[in-house]
Write a protein that binds this ligand. Structure first.
Ligand code: GTP
Ligand code: MG
Length: 273
């Protein structure tokens, strides 16, 4: 009896998770980790050489989690060092700089690099990704807005946070949410909760918003060839308006896309007899 009672009181073993950071050089990966672990910010750029490794313990609900963090160098030069570290990863901090469109556009190639290194049997569906839109303190220098970043992340089932390693904005909350999701993953037998669970929008809606954002041309926005008839314009408009109406579509950026559609239709109809 006593032995059983003692066993019941024994704290549960700490979970061990492996986390890596990914993203172009200079986007702030090391600073984000430093801000969280050491509560400080270094403004001088000290490029990570290959990999930096650290361990941290965190308490989430009633569980202790031992997090092994591999902070990767973003520079292409270090690819040969980095590629060793992708396997057995449970969580990824995927970082871009909101002042650098190039760093945002590179997110896909980071996913591709990880996929390639994991090989044909690797499974990225069961990895928790948190996308950090970093340097939000940059103010006017910002070129990637929140809805664009959020849409990219959420349409892939990734978490999204706006962060500043400089001011500390979002850092604590981001890690807290990230570790909670990792705990959930471990308690769910290593599987990420179903794709698109609770997303509130479809792939088709996300793709349509992305297409509309990517162009200034009214024909392109409606998915039509120049010279289409009034009827075709109205039909295309109606289809997209139903798809993206902000009352029905919860995808980030749906409101702006819906407005852009209305303007595109009005501009085209003005010039069609
Ligand atoms: P690599 O190790 O080369 O891949 O770069 P990294 O992504 O680790 O970048 P690092 O954290 O070293 O930061 C790069 C530069 O950006 C440094 O000069 C930092 O001071 C600066 N920086 C990082 N985070 C922020 C931020 O939130 N705001 C601002 N304004 N600057 C930041
Ligand atoms: Mg670094």
């Amino acid at each position: 009896m006593e032995a059983a009672a003692a066993k019941r009181k024994e704290p549960r073993k700490a979970l061990r998770v492996k986390v890596i950071s990914m993203g172009n050089a200079e986007v702030g990966k090391s600073c984000i980790i430093k801000r969280y672990c050491e509560k400080r910010f270094v403004s001088k750029y000290l490029a990570t050489i290959g990999i930096d490794y650290g361990v941290t313990k965190v308490q989430i609900r009633d569980r202790e989690i031992k997090v092994n963090i591999f902070d990767m160098a973003g520079h292409p030069f270090f690819y040969e060092v980095r590629n060793e570290f992708y396997k057995d990863t449970q969580g990824v901090l995927l970082v871009y700089d909101v002042g650098s469109k190039e760093s945002f556009d590179s997110l896909d190639s980071w996913l591709a690099e990880m996929k390639q290194e994991l090989g044909p049997h690797g499974n990225m569906d069961n990895v928790v990704f948190v996308v950090c839109a970093n340097k939000v303190d940059a103010g006017k220098l910002r070129v990637v807005d929140e809805s664009e970043g959020r849409l990219w992340a959420e349409s892939r089932g990734f978490l999204y946070w706006e962060t500043s390693a400089q001011s500390g904005e979002g850092i604590q909350e981001m890690f807290q949410t990230f570790y909670s999701a990792l705990l959930e993953l471990c308690e769910n037998g290593g599987r990420r909760p179903g794709p698109g669970a609770g997303l509130g929008f479809t792939r088709e809606q996300a793709d349509a918003i992305r297409r509309i954002r990517a162009t200034k041309d009214s024909w392109d926005m409606l998915g039509l060839k120049p010279g289409a008839s009034r009827e075709e314009v109205n039909r295309a408009y109606r289809r997209l308006a139903v798809l993206l109406h902000p009352d029905k579509c919860l995808a980030p950026g749906s409101e702006d896309a819906f407005k852009a559609l209305g303007n595109a239709r009005a501009a085209l109809l003005k010039n069609i007899k």
